[in-house]
Structures are given as structure tokens and as C-alpha cells.
Design a protein around this ligand. Structure first.
Ligand SMILES: Nc1ncnc2c1ncn2[C@@H]1O[C@H](COP(=O)(O)OP(=O)(O)OP(=O)(O)O)[C@@H](O)[C@H]1O
Ligand SMILES: [Mg+2]
Length: 407
């Protein structure tokens, strides 16, 4: 509490979890979790409901104990540290503010509990305890600084019931900030806010994190939050971490088909494929000029993102659009259009395409009520997954050496 919030080096607390496992009764909730978060990094945990995200945060905060594994905070083994000794603050989805206290007192409470002995907290006797007034002044200063940083100075005298959702969220954040923790753990902190406010608080939170250079471990269901806020994303599935990488890498090079399906909206298209004699990928029985390291005969799957699917007017000629697509549904989002297509003849595969509004307008110009379009699935955009779900390595084959076209 001796430095001001703006100039403080809250920074600097790296976190490392090694081989963390946790079970409740017979169900294994976390399996051998290894995760390192650098000092000052914004790490986001995403994954389906029930995969163990909150459990992992609680273990890091000391609110729950792992069955096995090591927790290191700032280079120290912290398994035995009480929550208050871990230099960590946690912000939950529900703000958990004290309803009967003013914002000012809500913000001051963590500091009062940490810095004033029991007797000093008593309204009358407290004044007689040596050093109490100086400490109270210091607490007021910190509360003032934090509320300035969050833009809630005008709200200090109000009760939580007199605040909007976004304002309450900022107070909850402020309460986490006052103790200048080295690590912030946030469990879906924005999910109670409406869409517009969420966007606003999201931006504020990112700015705040950059300014404080604090370490954030952030749990969210919201893909946009994960993609836009994080330095790195850790994708969890069924109690294990499947991939840790930057948002761009997770999107473009998912390690696993579950990651590919989970990240991206609308979701990635998955088409059944198989692997020919020379390791070439075969889609709808036809060999592609794409070789993999998968075993011939493997039941592979091809992933292709909706924006990588090419859609042109039905009258367009060209070998780049060999499939015919019947339009099942058009979702017009204003700037772009999502087309839900069924590929005619090609095992009736369903494909979602996402195209800019002007491309859709051009297709409609060529035919006033298009119900059929031509579709291209460019193989250089294919993500190929083996039957185990892992992504395979692929290599384009020169046209002259094209593999497996006849077989
Ligand atoms: N105290 C507990 N006792 C028994 N089972 C628990 C307990 N806490 C969590 N679980 C179980 O552990 C699993 C993981 O729960 P957790 O809350 O970590 O999931 P989550 O990833 O945070 O999910 P969500 O996205 O829905 O918040 C769930 O199956 C849950 O039912
Ligand atoms: Mg949870």
C-alpha cells in the first residue's frame, strides 16, 4: 500500500501450474494441468461448460486444494499458502459487493481487513489504537486512486443498488485492485452485462491490464472476448489443456479438431475425408493435391473455415468451383452474409460460407432469387485431422505430380 496505483509495479507475478490434478468423488475434474503464465501476461482460459476452468482458478487462488501437482506464484511454491498470502485477487461473475455499504467502503474493506488490527477497526476504540489514523488516510488515498483509474469517483457515496451493472462490475474490479495484487483471476466477469456495455468494459479492462502490467488469468465463454483481449489462450477440454497459443494461432492452426470446432463463429465446416495410398487427402472420393503424414486408409476429417469457402453465381464457369450448392438459409448480417448450403450430389454435405455483402450482392445481381450457387473449397485452406482428432501435417503436391486422381 506504499505506492500509488499508477506507478506501482503490480507487475511481475508469474504463475506456473505443474501436473495439477483434482477429482471430486469418482469424477476426475482436472488431469495433469501444466500451464505457465508470464508476468504481465493476459491469459484466457476457454472451454465448454464443466471442463474445469473455475476449479483451476479456485486452486490457483487457494480456495480449493489440488490432489496432486505444484502451484508456483512469483517463483515460490504456494501450495501451502493461504488465499490471503498468495498476492492474488479474484473477480467473479457475480459481483459480491456488500449491499449495505457505500462504494467507498466496499473498496476500502479489503485494505481495512489486511492493514488494521481488529481493535483498530472498532468505530470508537479504534481511534485510540496507535497508527490507526495514518493507516486510514493511506486507505482513503488508495481508494481515491483506484476509483480514479476506473472512472468511478462520482459513485463513491452510493450503495451498490444505486449502480448500473457496468458500474457494479467496475467497483468489483476496484475491490480487487486496491490491494495491488500481482495476479488477477477473473471468472466470466462480464457475463452479466448487456452486449453494448460488455464491449465497453472489455476495452477498459484491456487498457487497465496494459497500464497496470498485471498478470491476468481470465475465464470466458465469449469467443470475441477471448480472441480480442488475450495475449494467449489456453483451450481446456474435459479437464485437460489441449492447446496454449496466441489467438491467431489457435484460429489458424488448431492442434486438435475439438479446438477447431470450439473456436470460430460460425463454426468451422468439417467434411469427412479419407487418406489414399500415397498419403493424399481424398474428399468425396476424389484425390486432392495435398499429402499428409496420416496412414493410408485413415478416416480423416477436413476442416475449412466459412470465410474460406468460395461462393459464386451458378452461371460462373471454372474448375475452382466444382461443387453445386443449394441454399438452405441466408443470414444477412449487414456487412456480411452467412450462407447455409447443401452440396448437391456430394454426399449432401452441409457447408456454411461467409462472404462480404458486396459478393452476395453480385451473386444476386446475376440471378434475382438464387437458390443454387457454385462452391469452391480451396485445398490450401484445408485443416486436416486424423481419426485421433490431432491435426495432420499437410504438404501441397505440384500439379504435374498430382496424386491419387485416378484410383
Ligand atoms: N465442489 C464440487 N463437488 C463436486 N463436483 C464439482 C465441484 N465443483 C465442481 N465440480 C464439478 O467439476 C466439473 C468442473 O467444474 P467447473 O466449475 O470447474 O467447470 P467450468 O469449466 O468452470 O464450467 P462453466 O463454464 O459452466 O462455469 C463439473 O463437472 C462440476 O460439476
Ligand atoms: Mg465456471
Amino acid at each position: 500500500m506504499d505506492k500509488s496505483i499508477e506507478e506501482s509495479d503490480m507487475t511481475g507475478t508469474a504463475v506456473r501450474l505443474s501436473k495439477i490434478s483434482k477429482g471430486y468423488g469418482t469424477s476426475q475434474v482436472l488431469r495433469d494441468i501444466d500451464l505457465g503464465v508470464d508476468a504481465g501476461e493476459f491469459m484466457t482460459l476457454v472451454g465448454p461448460s464443466g471442463c474445469g476452468k473455475s476449479t483451476l482458478l479456485k486452486i490457483l487462488a487457494g480456495l480449493d486444494q489440488p490432489d496432486r501437482g505444484l502451484i508456483e506464484i512469483g517463483g515460490e511454491i504456494a501450495n501451502q499458502f493461504r488465499p490471503s498470502k498468495r498476492n492474488i485477487a479474484m473477480v467473479f461473475q457475480s459481483y459480491a459487493l456488500y449491499p449495505h455499504m457505500r462504494v467507498r467502503d466496499n473498496l476500502a474493506m479489503p485494505l481495512i481487513m489486511a492493514n488494521l488490527p481488529f481493535a483498530a477497526r472498532m468505530p470508537l476504540i479504534g481511534r485510540l489504537v496507535p497508527g490507526t489514523s495514518a493507516r486510514r488516510r493511506q486507505i482513503n488515498t488508495t481508494v481515491g486512486e483506484v476509483s480514479k483509474a476506473l472512472g468511478i469517483e462520482a459513485l463513491l457515496e452510493r450503495k451498490p443498488s444505486e449502480l448500473s451493472g457496468g458500474q457494479r462490475q467496475r467497483v468489483a474490479l476496484g475491490r480487487a485492485m486496491v490491494r495491488q495484487p500481482g495476479v488477477f483471476l477473473m471468472d466470466e466477469p462480464l457475463s452479466n452485462l448487456d452486449a453494448a456495455l460488455r464491449t465497453q468494459v472489455r476495452t477498459e479492462l484491456v487498457e487497465l491490464q496494459r497500464r497496470l502490467k498485471a498478470t491476468f488469468v481470465y475465464v470466458t465463454h465469449d469467443q470475441v472476448e477471448a480472441m480480442t483481449m488475450s495475449g494467449r489462450i489456453a483451450v481446456m477440454m474435459d479437464g485437460a489443456i489441449v492447446q496454449v497459443a496466441t489467438p491467431a494461432e489457435i484460429y489458424a492452426a488448431p492442434a486438435d479438431i475439438r479446438v477447431a470446432r470450439f473456436i470460430g463463429s460460425p463454426p468451422i465446416n468439417i467434411l469427412p475425408a479419407d487418406i489414399g495410398h500415397q498419403g493424399e487427402v481424398r474428399l468425396f472420393g476424389e484425390g486432392q493435391a495435398l499429402r499428409t503424414n496420416l496412414t493410408p486408409g485413415d478416416n480423416a476429417q477436413i476442416g475449412i473455415r466459412p470465410e474460406d469457402v468460395i461462393v459464386v453465381a451458378q452461371t460462373t464457369l471454372g474448375s475452382a468451383f466444382p461443387h453445386e450448392g443449394s441454399i438452405r438459409l441466408v443470414e444477412n448480417l449487414g456487412n456480411e452474409v452467412i450462407l447455409h448450403l447443401i452440396l448437391v450430389g456430394d454426399r449432401q454435405a452441409e457447408v456454411t460460407a461467409r462472404l462480404p455483402q458486396r459478393e452476395w450482392a453480385a451473386i444476386r445481381e446475376s440471378c434475382s432469387e438464387p437458390s443454387l450457387v457454385r462452391v469452391g473449397l480451396p485445398q490450401q485452406r484445408f485443416l486436416v485431422f486424423g481419426s485421433t482428432g490431432c491435426r495432420a501435417q499437410t504438404e501441397e503436391v505440384q500439379h504435374s505430380r498430382r496424386l491419387g486422381v485416378v484410383s
